[in-house]
Structures are given as C-alpha cells and as structure tokens.
Design a binder for this molecule. Structure first.
Ligand code: SAH
Length: 366
C-alpha cells in the first residue's frame, strides 16, 4: 500500500487535485476538497463520513481516509512564562520542532521553525550549535500552528518564521505552508501578518519577490525581515559566515527589488546588539547609511546569550545610545523586548544540542 499523504502539507489546490484523482468522475475534487479543508482547519478533524458533502459518496469518504493521514505530532515538552511559551513537537522520525507563542498586547504571535537545526552557522545563535539535521515539511510547519490553535483555542493572529532554521533554505515547504496558513477557508491568517525572517539568503529573497509579483493576492503583502546585524562586511563576516556568499552590497541590491505594495509596508531589518561588536553609535550611523533608499524599520534585539556564548548583551545605556544614533540619522527603528529569555525561548535560543549529539550520522549526511 502506498504511504499515506500528510493532509496538513497540502495547499487547497493540491488537495483538489488529490481528491480529483480519487474520484470516479474527474473534475469533482474542488467541491469535496473544499469541504474537507474547511472542516480540517475549523474543527481540527479529518472525518469525511460526517460531512454532508460526502453523504452521497461514502466510497469517496473511505478512499479519503485511506489516502490521507491527519495526526498532530505529540507535545514533547513545553516551558515558559507569561512573556513567551515554548513548545516542542515530536516528529515522526523522533526529531523535535520548536515553536514559541508570544502574547503581545493585542494579539498572539507564533514563532515557527522551518528546519531542525540550521546550516547558516551564525556565531551568536543557539540553533547553529546543533548543526543542520533536516528540513521540516510543509505539514510539519502547519502542525505547529495547529497545535498552537489547540493551546490558544483559536488560531494565532500573527506568524513569524523566526524559530529554528533558515526559511529560505527550505523554500518550497515554507511557501506551501504560507499558502495553507493564509487560506481564507482555513486558519485564515492574513499574509500581511506572516513574516519570513532570513539570514539574507539572496537567491531566496529574489524568488520570494518574484512570487509576490506573480501572485500579488497570495504573496503581495508577505512581510520580509532580514537579519543584517552589522553595517559592514568585516564585522558581519565575523559573526555571520554567510556574508562571504551573500555580502552586504548584493543584499542591498536584492532588497531594493523587494515589492512594498502598501504605503505602510516596510522591510524589517533585524539587528542583534552584541556588546563591543556591533553596538557603537558610529556603527548605527553606518547602518542608517546602508539602509538609505530602502523603506525599512530596524528591530534592535538586545542579545540573548546562547549557552557558553562568547558574546554579551550590551548595557541599557549602550542600547539606548545606538537607538538614539539611528533615530538621529533618520532611520525608523524600535527596540524589541526580550521575551522568553528565562525559558531559553527567546530569539536565537532555540535548539537542542543533545539532539545533535544523538544524531551524528544525519548531520554528516547534511
Ligand atoms: N534564519 C532566520 C530566522 C531565525 S533567527 C534569520 O536569520 O533571520 C531569528 C532572529 O533572531 C534573527 O534576526 C537573528 O539575528 C536573531 N537572533 C539569533 N540569535 C539570537 C540571540 N542569541 N539573541 C538575540 N537574537 C538572536
């Protein structure tokens, strides 16, 4: 028997095609596919037999149950406090994904992982320490939102791809997941509330920009966040090895082509402040200079030390001085609160090193 298909990994159009293939009369996939999709994301169950749309076709309902699998991965752990709540999911191969629910003042934000581990090797980040284990499938990314929906009893209003992994290194799965999460008949998370955060993966940014141009209703207002973290190549290369492949000037060119449709849309620039490395006021001015010509908002993230980190978080005074220098240079910016750091659930603190030690052969394969 063929392996069952994870239904959470199928955008609605793909589900139409799959169901169409199960039909005796082709061309019928849309009607039944939509009914299944709606029930799946509204009620969290896959039970075609109970849907009126399938009443006249019990044979098809049976085939659907045989063909598709719907199982949310079990919780493998959770920790957190009122500022952030991290949960781990045990995947079918025993690896774990990590996600964080972040209650903001007016809404709940969900930070999802796109990979187990990461290849990018940023020196300050905890996830980098575990190396790369594997990509998550679209279904595994969507599962994180479905489990969050169970925990919160409603879908998160906002999704950020800022958990483990580099989303643009797992492009197709991330794009499918965004299609599914934003589908109005499903979780209906508006695409303008979904942020893809990238290390500055230039080919990925270009592909995403192309998608936004080609499919403006689907992806036109997807938000992009770019982890710049330094104003010059030398400083950046020392903390982010990817700068050798994707240097700042090329990144700037790519960002100039990013479509910003609405007058309120901006590119988010992530900047982790590391004491004595990238936190001087002259570096703030250089950053503002680098960003001139881009409609950007800088998110300053005071560093959350990873375990055994050689870096430290700058003092409040230094953070404030950096912020001030950016503002004076005319650059929009804000300082991001450090939610979740007590639970190792904050930015750059996701990752499980014991997992990487348990899986040495997979790391070599990557
Ligand atoms: N690979 C993606 C998404 C994961 S990191 C990316 O690079 O954007 C998400 C954000 O957390 C990035 O902006 C990164 O610079 C920041 N970050 C990583 N480690 C951190 C740490 N220890 N403290 C604070 N922010 C960190």
């Amino acid at each position: 028997m063929p392996e069952s298909v994870d239904i959470l990994g199928l955008p609605r159009e793909a589900l139409h095609r799959e169901i169409g293939a199960l039909h005796d009369r082709p061309g019928k996939g849309e009607y039944h596919g939509d009914a299944l999709f709606r029930a799946l994301y509204r009620d969290g169950v896959l039970d075609p037999g109970s849907l009126p749309e399938f009443a006249a076709n019990p044979g098809l309902a049976r085939k659907v149950v045989e063909r598709f699998r719907f199982e949310l991965p079990p919780l493998a752990g959770k920790q957190g406090d009122d500022t952030a709540y991290k949960f781990l999911l045990r995947l079918r191969d025993g690896l774990e994904s990590e996600s964080v629910i972040i209650p903001m003042r007016w809404y709940k934000s969900l930070c999802v992982s796109s990979q187990v581990g990461c290849k990018m090797a940023c020196r300050f980040c905890e996830t980098a320490q575990m190396g790369f284990l594997r990509h998550l499938t679209a279904g595994e990314i969507v599962s994180q939102a479905m489990v969050a929906r169970q925990i919160l009893r409603e879908p998160a209003e906002n999704i950020v791809f800022m958990g483990m992994g580099e989303p643009l290194d797992n492009f197709d799965a991330v794009v499918d997941a965004i299609r599914i999460l934003s589908d109005r008949r499903g979780l209906a998370i508006p695409v303008k509330n979904i942020t893809v955060s990238t290390v500055g993966h230039i080919p990925g940014i270009m592909r995403l920009a192309e998608l936004a141009e080609k499919d403006p209703t689907g992806f036109g207002r997807l938000r992009l966040a770019v982890s710049v973290n330094a104003p010059d190549d030398e400083t950046r290369a020392a903390i982010m090895p990817v700068n050798a492949a994707w240097p700042l000037s090329d990144l700037q060119q790519a960002l100039l082509h990013w479509p910003l449709r609405h007058k309120d849309d901006v590119i988010f620039i992530e900047y982790v402040l590391l004491d004595g490395v990238n936190d001087r006021p002259d570096q703030a001015r250089a950053l503002a200079e680098y960003l001139r010509g881009l409609r950007a908002c800088v998110n300053l993230i005071p560093y959350n030390p990873r375990r055994d980190s050689p870096y430290a978080r700058p003092s409040r005074e230094k953070t404030a001085a950096f912020f001030q220098a950016l503002m004076e240079a005319g650059q929009a910016c804000r300082i991001r609160g450090t939610k979740g750091d007590a639970a190792m659930a904050a930015c750059g603190q996701l990752g499980n090193r014991s997992l990487s030690r348990r899986q040495p052969e997979m790391m070599k394969a990557a």
